[in-house]
Write a protein that binds this ligand. Sequence first.
Ligand SMILES: Nc1ncnc2c1ncn2[C@@H]1O[C@H](COP(=O)(O)OP(=O)(O)OP(=O)(O)O)[C@@H](O)[C@H]1O
Length: 341
Amino acid sequence: MGTITQANKADLGVNDSIINLLVGWIFLEFRLFPSTYMQLCKTEKVNHQIKGNRFLRRFHMSHGGAMYTVVTYCPFSSFAQRESLSYPLYFPRRGIRKIIHRHKALIVASTSSTAIEGRNITCSVLTSKRRLVPILKDCSLKVPIGELWMLLGPNGCGKSTLLKVLAGLLNPSSGTVYVNGTKSFVFQNPDHQVVMPTVEADVAFGLGKFNLPLDEVRSRVSSALDAVGMLKYSQRPVQTLSGGQKQRVAIAGALAEACNVLLLDELTTFLDENDQIGVIKAVRDCIIKSGDIAALWVTHRLDELEYADGAICMENGQIVMQGSVSTVLRFIKDEQATYFE
Ligand SMILES: Nc1ncnc2c1ncn2[C@@H]1O[C@H](COP(=O)(O)OP(=O)(O)OP(=O)(O)O)[C@@H](O)[C@H]1O
């Protein structure tokens, strides 16, 4: 699979005004007939490919509690290149090419006080050159119910891969994963997840699959937005929100589905300091208020540890330390001191 280059774009040479008309039509159709579109709840684009005059995307999605890897195509290649990057869910049902893989369901929790448990997880990926690369090596971890834990480590050490294994987006090569109750994955880039026209509609979007009465939907949406401090924005068009506000809407979507486990992948990467603290406090408050939600938060920022109940530190595909924040912080500081000696 290749990435899109300027050369690819130029090759297609489709007239701009035709594209604009098509884009307008597709959005109008989406708004008038949303049921003709596949309900994708949370997605992450994996990669893109141009094939003939088609534009293919392969991405993960969660729908109805199950995780899938899906390939879609859009015959309007130029539209797809220009617009789908910011509106990844606006793909008509007929554009679904195939669901390549329904990921295995995860097993229920091991002990009543544990929200997430991984035992001896190893995970290897097959590269495009058909080479098997080991990413995770014998990782074991435990996150208790009602706590916010951070997953730290240098770039490329395997944090996101571990989170995807816990979410069921990637199957481990060996080992076991236990998740107590329902889980929700929030991706790094809120533009990949916040897709409906208004804040309220976006939070309600994932509830469609439960067939709830309207009152129940309204009440869940309000409490989820309230929990992340976004209730007063419920009617706001999503494109007017800041990055941090969008990220909170994405978290509200996960909370509205009444999930027990939040898997959060570097939510604060694109945020400034104010939004960073706002988002982390929103998650922290939800966990404290609910008492039975647990979260595993991937981050690079040591200052975020202040809000955590515990932490896990990874290096080179392995978990090298886990426990209380002070223990993990001491370990990291010692490692840094050794590095500079
Ligand atoms: N599909 C893949 N093919 C080849 N290598 C991969 C694949 N997926 C992940 N990797 C490699 O696995 C390693 C771990 O990746 P991962 O994204 O989990 O790291 P990370 O700790 O989350 O990094 P970062 O902090 O930079 O986001 C990296 O070296 C990455 O290049």
